[in-house]
Ligand binder design. Structure first.
Ligand code: ADP
Length: 585
């Protein structure tokens, strides 16, 4: 599909007509200093749209900086969506009005074309509250929208997808730290396909050192500066005169700073060191957040081009499994054709990848996804099974809890073929409380996996991550008590990710594949509910069934025999925002 992508900033407008399938760019350009034109954005856009219409675009995709908490995905623009973007103006006073001007101009010049808003913030909309919340009084935070929204979503989504394709593994199996290092810069922890932490916060000022933005700064220093300089001057100082430019006393261009540093310029040297140090610090922190890391991605103008900066950032990260191969790093030049260059040493357990980002193509793909009418989804009811808390044990833990060589005894068969509830039960001991008599499911597995609900988690006093089956690395510790012994597990406690088991034939009927995330609606009961983020698992031995835990079932007031309908499945692009097509506002 031919998509006109418009990135309407406060002082410049970037545009492209791009083929969303092949990525071929038919037209592209930038109009600078829009704010100095007599006719402002409208005048500049009129010229761009005239030129673009010669390429007969079929839809228009707009980059919109701030979607607040209203948007967890891209959205087809209508009056309600436009109003919601307007409501986010206080959060992005320079950007959102410019984005709206672009939307209005495109609607007038190209009436009848679908227009789609793709938000910088949407990729981060599923961040857990512990990462989203600042430690200030909650009422104030909610009144003023002071939470972490995160930005650069299209770039982080694009490079994560490209890295997963390169590695030949689904995103849902990878823990990635993505570092977008351009004029603006941010780091994002992408745990099994979801952004769980990112360094930009309520505004794009927080986090890394940027071209002219300060990034992290003690709020006490901000108060002090406000007291001395006033709010407006402080704003300008921290947004436009700080970062690389401020520390170096030169400018914001990394190429110049590297050249000056080589000549011995103190300011340039310090700016480079502070920049690299901050990125390293975030990589370590985000590896901790995810309990490990499978790949570190470097992208953006600096990430893609500066081998010396990459080396500064990635040195001495062997403890995380990250080790680069110096010559591969020196030669790495990813392009739209190569997209990914692996600079890891052969024995590194985590990959270091230099990835070419393409935000415009990501926006075009999401736009095409929303502008294309949905394929009808098979009208097949999905039986819903409600899982109580339970656990799977490995051989060693079984021996310790029940005695050497003990075998699980079948209490009753359960729905998935070959699986059974065992007669054996185990006690869970948390730091706060204990839960006795938790059923073991058989057969034994290669790894221990203890599945509890959020309610159980609070009772136990632990923090269990949401995980798909088998993904227990870096999950929560727990103590298990059996009749013959007690075992302290350093990991294994999870809150199960809701999922559907299906056969390849079912998958074909629904038009989905393993690893997709779908939405399932439960209607007709006292508490209708649509479950998002439902993972599709496919195996010929499976029986069609969605698995949820007791908290989830209670939320929809479901009982035995309940059924749900698959109401949305991805159109195959794999870009997360696109998967949440109907999750909109
Ligand atoms: P934006 O955030 O404006 O999209 P970019 O991703 O284009 O920014 O990145 C711009 C930054 O990349 C600038 O600091 C620029 O100096 C830096 N950069 C580009 N090429 C090189 C290079 N060869 N070596 C070092 N830095 C580079």
């Amino acid at each position: 599909m031919r998509i006109l992508v418009i990135n309407c900033g406060s002082s410049s407008i970037k545009y492209q007509v791009v083929d969303s399938e092949g990525g071929e760019v038919l037209l592209g350009g930038v109009t600078e200093r829009v704010d100095t034109l007599a006719g402002g954005h409208a005048e500049a856009l009129a010229g761009i749209l005239k030129e673009a219409s010669k390429h007969e675009p079929q839809a228009v995709g707009h980059r919109v900086v701030h979607g607040g908490l209203a948007f967890s995905a891209a959205a087809l623009i209508d009056a309600t969506v436009e109003e919601a973007i307007r409501n986010c103006i206080p959060l992005a006073p320079l950007h959102n009005p410019a984005n709206l001007a672009g939307i209005q101009a495109a609607r007038e010049a190209l009436p009848g074309l679908p227009q789609v808003a793709v938000f910088d913030t949407a990729f981060h909309a599923r961040m857990p509250n512990r990462a989203r919340s600042y430690a200030i009084p909650r009422e104030l935070a909610s009144e003023h929208g002071i939470v972490r929204y995160g930005f650069h979503g299209s770039s982080h989504a694009c490079v994560a997808e490209r890295a997963a394709t390169y590695l030949g593994r689904p995103l849902s199996e990878l823990r990635i730290v993505s570092c977008h290092l351009g004029n603006g810069a941010s780091v994002c922890a992408i745990e099994y396909g979801t952004s769980v932490e990112t360094s930009m916060g309520m505004t794009p000022l927080e986090g890394l050192v940027m071209g002219t933005r300060c990034g992290d700064l003690d709020p006490g220093a901000v108060l002090k500066l406000c007291g001395t300089l006033g709010v407006e001057e402080t704003d300008s100082l921290l947004n436009r005169k700080s970062g690389l430019a401020g520390v170096s006393g030169l400018g914001n261009d990394m190429r110049d700073l590297e050249a000056k540093a080589a000549e011995g310029h103190d300011g340039a040297r310090l700016a480079i060191k502070v920049f690299a140090h901050r990125v390293r610090k975030y990589i370590g922190a985000y590896a901790a957040v995810m309990g490990g890391v499978d790949a570190v991605i470097l992208t953006g103008g600096i990430g893609q081009n500066s081998a010396s900066m990459r080396q500064r950032i990635l040195q001495r990260l062997e403890f995380l499994g990250v080790k680069i191969e110096i010559f591969a790093n020196n030669d790495a030049r990813p392009s739209e054709a190569t997209q990914v260059v692996d600079i890891s040493a052969p024995n590194a357990s985590a990959r270091a990848l230099v990835v070419a980002t393409n935000e415009e193509l990501t926006i075009a793909r999401e736009t095409s996804c929303l502008a294309t009418p949905d394929e009808p989804i098979a009208d097949l009811a999905i039986p819903i099974a409600i899982s109580g808390r339970h656990l799977h044990l490995d051989r060693e833990t079984m021996d310790l809890l029940f005695g050497k060589g003990a075998e699980l005894e079948v209490y009753r068969e359960i729905s998935q073929p070959g699986q059974f509830a065992a007669k054996q039960k185990v006690n869970l001991v948390g730091p706060r409380n204990r839960i006795d008599g938790v059923r073991v499911l058989g057969p034994l597995r290669p790894k221990n996996q203890i599945e509890v609900s959020r309610t159980d988690e609070y009772k136990l006093g632990v923090d269990a991550p949401i995980r798909g089956s088998g993904k227990v690395e870096g999950s929560a510790p727990i103590v298990l008590e059996g009749p013959m012994g007690t075992v302290e597990l350093s990991e294994g406690l999870v809150c199960a990710r809701r999922h559907i088991h299906m056969t390849p034939e079912d998958a074909e009927q629904f038009g989905v594949k393993a690893g997709d995330e779908v939405e399932v609606a439960v209607n007709g009961g006292p508490r209708d509910l649509t479950f998002g983020d439902v993972l599709v698992r496919v195996k010929s031995s499976y029986l069609l069934e969605m698995h949820i835990d007791t908290d989830e079932a209670n939320a929809a007031e479901l009982s035995k025999g309940a059924e749900g309908d698959l109401i949305y499945s991805p159109a195959g692009s794999g870009v997360r925002g696109c998967l949440q097509k109907h999750a909109g506002s």
